[in-house]
Design a protein around this ligand. Structure first.
Ligand code: URA
Length: 244
């Protein structure tokens, strides 16, 4: 778990709500009930300013490990939207526990509803911005099943960039044929994130993607131990590599 040393004083109720101890009202009750100690002293003032990471905060006798950001790797299943909320459809935020939802994470980029695989969720806007910036050209690796025979000329087309239905020529991308036939299997790497990019690249070559799974994003590789719908926190090493 990543520990963050707080720089500026924050209201105690805000800190506890951020850490998933409930709404501001629920947290106030907790504090009034003298279940919270700061530097060994019970406190009753929800508005007390504390320096998380420097002041020792305990809740019901357990020390609080404050952190500002969380980073989750999810195996997004098919049929779930890469969104924080939706009026009718299930969204990826519905899959994570309230403990993590309290941090208000959001998906870094989108996968289509019928695409599965690696999705990063975080509340670190700066990191997300860096990963999504079109100037960064972060690599995204996919495994795909394609209706149609994928050939070496498709590999060349990907390498030159493919002209999509709206006239946009994609950046050069790499395509590896794993199995070629009436139904082909491929692995590909693209360096941008246009709407339905992979499906439209194959469509431009007269083929149809019937299954799509993201297996990596930059240095982050989908953990094989995760099942669809599963997630875990990133390790400090993974966070470090993403920041580079
Ligand atoms: N390209 C697509 O077509 N769909 C995705 O979900 C991701 C990349």
């Amino acid at each position: 778990m990543q520990k963050v040393v707080g720089k500026k004083p924050l209201r105690l109720d805000k800190v506890l709500a951020h850490m998933g101890f409930g709404t501001r009202q629920e947290v106030k009750k907790l504090i009034k009930g003298e279940l919270v100690k700061v530097n060994g002293e019970p406190v009753r003032d929800p508005g007390l300013h504390v320096r998380p990471g420097r002041d020792r905060i305990e809740v019901s006798g357990k020390p609080l490990e404050y952190r500002e950001h969380i980073y989750l790797m999810m195996y997004k299943p098919r049929g779930v939207l890469s969104a924080t909320e939706d009026r009718s459809a299930k969204v990826v935020l519905d899959l994570i526990s309230p403990q993590y939802r309290a941090f208000r994470p959001f998906p870094v980029g989108r996968l289509d509803k019928d695409t599965e695989g690696l999705l990063l969720l975080t509340n670190d806007g700066q990191l997300a911005h860096g990963l999504l910036s079109p100037r960064r050209h972060v690599a995204k690796t996919y495994y795909a099943v394609v209706r149609g025979t994928v050939t070496e000329s498709d590999v060349e087309a990907f390498a030159h960039g493919v002209v999509l239905d709206d006239g946009y020529r994609t950046l050069p991308a790499s395509l590896k044929i794993l199995r070629s036939g009436p139904e082909s299997e491929v692995e590909l790497v693209v360096y941008e994130g246009k709407y339905h990019q992979v499906k439209r690249m194959f469509q431009a070559l007269g083929k149809e993607v019937t299954y799509l799974k993201r297996i990596a994003m930059g240095p982050l590789v989908l953990d094989e131990a995760l099942k669809p719908g599963g997630y875990r926190e990133l390790t400090p090493e993974e966070i470090g590599r993403l920041r580079q």
